[in-house]
Design a protein around this ligand. Structure first.
Ligand SMILES: OC[C@@H]1[C@@H](O)[C@H](O)[C@@H](O)c2[nH]c(CCc3ccccc3)c[n+]21
Length: 449
C-alpha cells in the first residue's frame, strides 16, 4: 500500500492557537492589573466599532468548555498566551495568586484532556504599569521580563512542555511604536528600533532564566512574510531586500545569528542607534525551537515616498484576498520555511499561526456553518507545509489560527479567523466546515488532504 501523498511524519504535532487579550475577557478580574491593550481598547477611536476585550469570548469563565472544543477536534496541543498583568498586576514584584491560579487551572484542564499546553509569555499585552515606566523603551524591561518569566516557569514548567518568550516583536514595534495603529500607539522612527532591540534583549533574558529553571523547551515566535520583487529592476530588488530585512530579519538575525542586517541602518538612518556590543550577547541565546506565523506574502516595489522603507506592496491581479487584505499564496509558506532553514540552519520549527479571515454568513443552519474559502485556504497551506517537509525542513508541528473567532485587535470582532464560529451575543460556539476538515487532517495525520 503506497503512503498517502500528504501523510505527515509520525509524531507531527497538530494544534490551534489563541491569545489572552483576544479571547479571555475579564481583563481586570480577581486582582489583575490593566494591560496596555485594556487601556488602548478603552481609548476612543482606537478600535473598530468601539469593540474591546472586556468580554471577548469570555474564555476566563468558559475555559473548561473551550477545552472540550479542542478535544472534539482531536488537538494534540494548544498555544495560548499569559496575560502578564493578571499574574503581576504592577508588572514586577507582587504576584497575584488568583491570576496565576487561572493559568494553572487551564493547564490542568488541558492535561486532563490529553492536550499539550504551549504557553507564550508575551502576546502584546504589556502591563500598563510597566508602560508608565517606559515599557519596551526602558532597558530595564529585560529584567522585568526575566522576573515575570521566572515566576511563570516556577509555577507551571512542571506541566508546560513548550514555552515561547515573545509573539511577533515586529508587530509590536511596527504597529505600536512606528505607525501607532496598535498599543501603545506611538509614532516614532526613533523609538521603534529601541523597542525592537529591547524586546529581543528581554527575550534573551527570558531564555537565560529558562536555562536556570526550566526542564523542557523554550523558543520565540516571529511573523514572516516572504517578499517578492515586482520587477527585476535594481530599484525594486533593493526595495524588496529592505522590506525583507525590516520584517523578516530584524528580529531573527539578532536572536539566531547575533547580528543585525545592514539594511536596518539604511532604512532608519540617524534613527538607528549604536547599541552596546554586549547587548547582542544577551539577545543571542540558544533556542530549542522557533515558531513561525505565516499568513501571506508581499510583492514589493520601490516607492521614494513610502516611509521609512521606500518600498510598497503591489496588489496582485486575479488572486483571492482575505478579509484582512492578505493574498492567499500558499507557495509563500513553503518558500518561507526553506529560506529560514537556509539562513538559520535546521532549527526545529513550528508553524505557530496560520489561518484566514473570510466573511462567515451569520446564519448557522442545523449547527453547520460552511466556510469554503477558509477550508480551501487551510487545505492549500497544509499541502504547502508538506512540500516544505519533503524539502528537508525540520518542521515539528502546526497551530491553526485560531481555535475560535475572537477580538482581532484594533479591527475588533469584525474579522473572523476561527475554526469555531462565536456568536458574541450568546457566546455560542459552532464548528465551521474548516473545523471538520482540520479534525479529519489530525485524525489521519494529513492523509485526507
Ligand atoms: O491577524 C491575525 C493574527 C492575530 O489575531 C494574532 O494575534 C497575531 O499573532 C497575528 N499575527 C499575524 C501576522 C502578522 C501581522 C499582524 C497584524 C498585521 C499585519 C501582520 C496575524 N495574526
Amino acid at each position: 500500500m503506497t503512503r498517502p501523498r500528504f501523510r505527515f511524519p509520525d509524531g507531527f504535532h497538530w494544534g490551534a492557537a489563541t491569545s489572552a487579550y483576544q479571547i479571555e475577557g475579564s481583563p481586570l478580574a480577581d486582582g489583575a492589573g490593566p494591560s496596555i491593550w485594556q487601556r488602548f481598547a478603552h481609548t476612543p477611536g482606537m478600535m473598530a466599532n468601539g469593540d474591546t476585550g472586556d468580554i471577548a469570548c469570555d474564555h476566563y469563565h468558559r475555559y473548561k468548555a473551550d477545552v472540550q472544543l479542542m478535544r472534539a477536534l482531536g488537538l494534540q496541543g494548544y498555544r495560548f498566551s499569559i496575560n502578564w498583568a493578571r499574574v503581576l498586576p504592577e508588572g514586577t514584584g507582587r504576584v497575584n495568586p488568583k491570576g496565576l491560579d487561572f493559568y494553572s487551572r487551564l493547564v490542568d484542564e488541558l492535561l486532563e484532556n490529553g492536550i499539550a499546553p504551549n504557553a507564550t509569555l508575551f502576546h502584546w499585552d504589556l502591563p500598563a504599569a510597566l508602560d508608565d515606566r517606559g515599557g519596551w523603551l526602558n532597558r530595564d524591561v529585560a529584567h522585568w521580563f526575566a522576573e515575570y518569566a521566572e515566576v511563570m516557569f516556577k509555577a507551571l514548567d512542571d506541566r508546560v512542555p513548550r514555552w515561547a518568550t515573545l509573539n511577533e516583536p515586529w508587530v509590536v514595534t511596527d504597529g505600536g511604536y512606528l505607525h501607532g495603529a496598535l498599543a501603545p500607539g506611538h509614532r516614532s522612527k526613533y523609538e521603534a528600533p529601541i523597542a525592537a532591540h529591547n524586546l529581543m534583549r528581554a527575550s534573551g533574558a527570558g531564555i537565560q532564566a529558562y536555562r536556570a529553571h526550566g526542564k523542557h523547551e523554550i523558543g520565540v515566535v516571529f511573523n514572516i512574510e516572504p517578499k517578492y520583487p515586482h520587477s527585476d529592476s535594481a530599484e525594486d530588488l533593493a526595495a524588496t531586500r529592505r522590506a525583507h530585512a525590516y520584517m523578516n530579519q530584524q528580529f531573527a538575525d539578532p536572536a539566531l545569528l547575533g547580528s543585525y542586517p545592514p539594511e536596518l541602518k539604511e532604512i532608519f538612518g540617524d534613527a538607528w542607534p549604536e547599541f552596546p556590543a554586549d547587548d547582542l550577547k544577551l539577545t543571542h541565546q540558544k533556542v530549542d525551537f522557533v515558531g513561525i506565523n505565516y499568513y501571506t506574502r508581499a510583492v514589493v516595489k520601490h516607492d521614494p515616498n513610502a516611509y521609512p522603507l521606500k518600498a510598497v506592496p503591489v496588489p496582485q491581479p486575479n488572486k483571492t484576498y482575505t478579509e484582512t487584505g492578505w493574498e492567499v499564496f500558499e507557495q509563500g509558506l513553503t518558500d518561507t520555511l526553506t529560506w529560514f532553514k537556509e539562513r538559520y540552519g535546521n532549527i526545529p520549527l513550528y508553524i505557530t499561526e496560520n489561518g484566514s479571515a473570510f466573511y462567515d454568513p451569520p446564519v448557522v443552519e442545523n449547527g453547520e456553518l460552511d466556510d469554503p474559502l477558509r477550508t480551501n485556504y487551510l487545505r492549500k497551506h497544509l499541502k504547502a507545509l508538506h512540500d516544505a517537509i519533503e524539502a528537508g525542513v525540520n518542521l515539528k508541528g502546526y497551530y491553526a489560527w485560531s481555535l475560535m473567532d475572537n477580538l482581532e485587535w484594533s479591527l475588533g470582532f469584525s474579522k473572523r479567523f476561527g475554526l469555531y464560529h462565536v456568536d458574541f451575543a450568546t457566546q455560542q460556539r459552532t464548528p465551521k466546515a474548516s473545523a471538520k476538515l482540520y479534525a479529519q487532517v489530525i485524525e489521519s495525520n494529513g492523509s485526507v488532504l
